[in-house]
Design a binder for this molecule. Structure first.
Ligand code: FPP
Length: 234
């Protein structure tokens, strides 16, 4: 296979709850299965040569879910990151978080801050968790900070460019995603990377996230590469 590997892939990991229900399990057990798939996909994408993998782990809308599910989704980052930190260090993997970190419960906040700090000098691969993330919230936060900086004369109006706006986003410093994948059958953007997705290829699969795998990842990459070559030929 001679595929062009996207530098940045973002995944909307949808379908965990339905995967659990289908097996007579709880939604949280579905999320646990999703976190195991996530672990495999991080390794697979790094081996393929992907540089940045963004994973939509918790949206600003997800707070409306039942309390026990929210609690479990807030426990998962700590459980996952604490277990994986030695491996991330050994493999030169940097952890980033895109989202409102201050709005997380204290134990989740502490776990993600520790992971960010510990891995900050790693260079080979970035795993970026979109956590307490919402595209509109990101834009609103950026607009308020820019307004404040204009008001404080830290910047002048002429300096407000697309490049400057990007430095105010939660994803500051990361390239835009080349490919956005959504599992679980729905074909919506769901408040994900609204600014950053302006040129991204979108790819959807009915497969629930816990069943997502390397073959589907390669299929997505192939299909978008084919799309791009037929676009270039016309
Ligand atoms: C959407 O599926 C998925 C989520 C809201 C959570 C995804 C989180 C993980 C896979 C693990 C995160 C782990 C870490 C360490 C950050 P859904 O619940 O909406 O599924 P449904 O569409 O079947 O209801």
């Amino acid at each position: 296979m001679n595929a062009t590997i996207p530098a940045h892939i973002a995944i909307m990991m949808d379908g965990n709850g339905r995967w659990g229900k289908q097996r007579g399990l709880t939604r949280s057990q579905g999320h646990y299965a999703g976190s195991q798939t996530m672990e495999t996909i991080i390794k697979d994408s790094m081996k393929m040569g992907v540089k940045v993998l963004t994973l939509y782990a918790f949206s600003t809308e997800n707070w409306k879910r039942p309390i026990d599910e929210v609690q479990y989704l807030m426990d998962l980052p700590g459980l996952f990151l604490t277990a994986k930190l030695p491996e991330f260090m050994a493999n030169d993997i940097k952890v980033c978080i895109s989202g409102d970190i201050e709005g997380l419960p204290p134990h989740t906040k502490e776990a993600v801050k520790t992971a960010i700090h510990t891995t900050k000098d790693n260079r080979k691969f970035i795993v970026n968790f979109a956590l307490n993330y919402g595209g509109r919230n990101e834009l609103l936060t950026a607009i308020k900070k820019i307004a404040q900086d204009l008001n404080d004369s830290n910047i002048v109006l002429e300096e407000v460019t697309e490049e400057l706006i990007e430095t105010y986003l939660f994803t500051s410093g990361l390239p835009d995603p080349d490919l956005i994948i959504r599992t679980g059958g729905e074909k919506r953007i769901s408040n994900f990377l609204l600014w950053q997705s302006s040129k991204s290829q979108l790819w959807f699969t009915d497969t629930y996230f816990p069943d997502f795998n390397k073959d589907l990842l390669l299929q997505a990459i192939h299909e978008v590469n084919n799309r791009k070559s037929s676009e270039a030929a016309t």
